[in-house]
Design a binder for this molecule. Sequence first.
Ligand code: TYD
Ligand code: MG
Length: 456
Amino acid sequence: KGKNSTIFFCQNCGYESSKWMGQCPGCREWNTFVEETVSRQSRGGVSSSPGERRGRVLPTILAEVDVREEDKLVTGIGELDQVLGGGIVRGSLTLVGGDPGIGKSTLLLQVCHNLADSGHNVLYISGEESLAQIKMRADRIGEFSSRMLLLCETNLETISEVIRSGKPEAVIIDSIQTMYNETVSAAPGSVSQVRESTGVLLQLAKGLGVSVFIVGHVTKDGTVAGPRVLEHMVDAVLYFEGDRHASYRILRGVKNRFGSTNEIGVFEMQEKGLAEVKNASEYMLNGRPENASGSVVVCTMEGTRPLLVEIQALVCHSSFGIPRRQTTGTDFNRVNLLMAVLEKRSGVQLASCDAYVNITGGIKIAEPAIDLGIVIAVLSSFKNCILSTRLAAFGEVGLSGEVRGVSMAKNRVTEAEKMGFDTCIVPWVCAEECRKGSRIKVIGVKTVQDVIDVLF
Ligand code: TYD
Ligand code: MG
């Protein structure tokens, strides 16, 4: 019999500790530790322990392993296929995370619909909704082929049996936080339960060559373990982002063992489920203000895809001693740093100003290439100077106020040109490359002072 012991887990990242801690050393979140009972026997279920396999195991010659490209299941949802790197790899385990209500179940139901239509057997397992509820949702999406099977179940043992006997090609688990494994004493949704359950699914996926999708809710209050706990166990991690109250949704690949990461897919939630947004730049720039200061468009790259987004800044005199700074969609410290650079290198008096910087469209961007856009938006608002709506910019800004080169400059300029922009401000070192074969006016800048001279 295994020994039972209690361990404290961080509900956010899965950090383990023998005692309770206020702040997690792993992810720096506060108040995320909860106590769980774990039986030592069942822990570490992912890798088979040495004693488990008695027979002789022989390594395989790498060159002789055959991989078939057609082994990818194409979902027919272009944006999703792109994020996945061309389709669903057989035997892969994919985690789809996101806030409740963002559209995870809807997207996966659409995946099932398309796969079933193209002749694949799929099984949708829900621990959250009843058959009737799923049917109601499915009716909005369309007619389903008889290859699409439903199961409402939370016991993994039963689920394993159904998968083993039915041999579907793709399985959806909605959601991992509702599943439980009888060998683990902790409650469903706890870190150890979620991990063990994923371990079981991983073995099913690899053993039977079934592609498994796991839905994981992201929860802020820490009542159930977040999907981050599982990130290292699965083959691919996709996160659904976007404002729940707005209609667009961004599906971002943050990990992919079979393709490039940081690809994004853009969707719009409509009456009949999620629709792909083919021209993401146009979508992101929808409803741009005209004749307003503090707004500029930047060309950012999301994986291999160029994307134009609007950056807005509002700079005004602070009525209090300590100026207020706030950012949405980008790094707060980065904005503060860029404002300090402007102050020090170009003498722009920002120290006593409140500043709000916003990336519109609900998208989060961490790429340094948007630095120049932030700088221009802040300057535009500070000087109350309206910029042309057909101006785009990109470039990284260094601490000396220098504008540094960024990758894939040409792609960014091409996207701007395609979207009808007439001027693009780029780092000096990229200007030559960007001018080749493009009709758009390319202005190369070396420092933020150059930017001020050119624009203001
Ligand atoms: P859902 O897929 O249930 O979210 P999750 O599984 O991530 O919790 O998304 C549900 C939301 O989407 C809900 O607010 C209703 C909306 N919705 C539509 O607007 N159109 C549709 O066709 C469907 C199926 C849902
Ligand atoms: Mg759901």
